[in-house]
Design a protein around this ligand. Structure first.
Ligand SMILES: [Zn+2]
Length: 223
């Protein structure tokens, strides 16, 4: 029987371990945030729901595609890991510094209607902030067409949120991952900046500086 050289053995063993651990890791994460639950009730579940399609990649030790670009992805990373102070559901505390459960961080623009101010609401449904997403949605719709993928409206709201935040569409061929990120990242980043600017202007409770590491810790490490 031919024996592999030691380096190749090491590499093969590492790859098997990575795949096995990734499978266990993925199962644990998906079990923590089942899609059938009527609503998202914590920061971690929100994070997992949006990263759901990306968690399907075989090796979770490799960064998601949007993090492997040379472009500035920090705004996307901050928003996805909930390290911002302008999305209400990203905050641990209320304005009076008391702990507030995730599902009571209401969108201030929609009060007195009590709607959780999470990314999905802010980007897609809030009558005050969602119009900012329209130019990005137009660009992404064209990109979906270019790659011969399902239309924007056939994606679920969670998938649409993920795509607006830099994810590749679930049906995109792996060979096009890099090109997708390259052609859409700037659009997604611009959207985050305009959202940030809009919310600081219109939400008196939002602090003028994103709380990247001081008041809010990421919900989960990027995977
Ligand atoms: Zn709202």
């Amino acid at each position: 029987m031919a024996t592999l050289p030691p380096k190749s053995c090491e590499r093969a063993y590492r790859n098997i371990l990575r795949t096995t651990i990734s499978t266990l890791w993925r199962m644990e994460l998906l079990n923590q945030a089942p899609l059938h639950l009527p609503h998202i009730n914590c920061r971690k579940a929100s994070y997992i729901h949006i990263a759901r399609d990306e968690l399907q990649r075989r090796d979770l030790f490799k960064h998601a595609q949007y993090l492997r670009s040379h472009l500035d992805q920090l705004p996307l990373l901050c928003l996805r890991t909930q390290a911002t102070s302008y999305i209400p559901s990203h905050l641990h505390l209320a304005n009076d510094h008391t702990y507030t459960p995730y599902n009571q961080h209401y969108c201030p623009s929609c009060l007195p209607i009590q709607i959780v101010g999470n990314k999905l609401h802010t980007l897609l449904h809030c009558p005050h902030s969602s119009p900012l997403s329209h130019p990005a949605i137009l660009t992404l719709t064209r990109a979906l067409r270019r790659y011969d993928l399902c239309s924007w409206s056939s994606h679920t709201p969670l998938q649409q949120t993920a795509i607006l935040l830099g994810s590749s569409p679930s049906k995109l061929l792996r060979k096009h991952d890099k090109a997708w990120t390259h052609s859409t990242s700037t659009t997604c980043t611009k959207l985050i900046y305009s959202l940030e600017c809009h919310l600081f202007k219109h939400q008196p409770s939002a602090s003028p500086r994103p709380a990247q590491s001081v008041t809010s810790s990421p919900a989960s490490p990027p995977v």
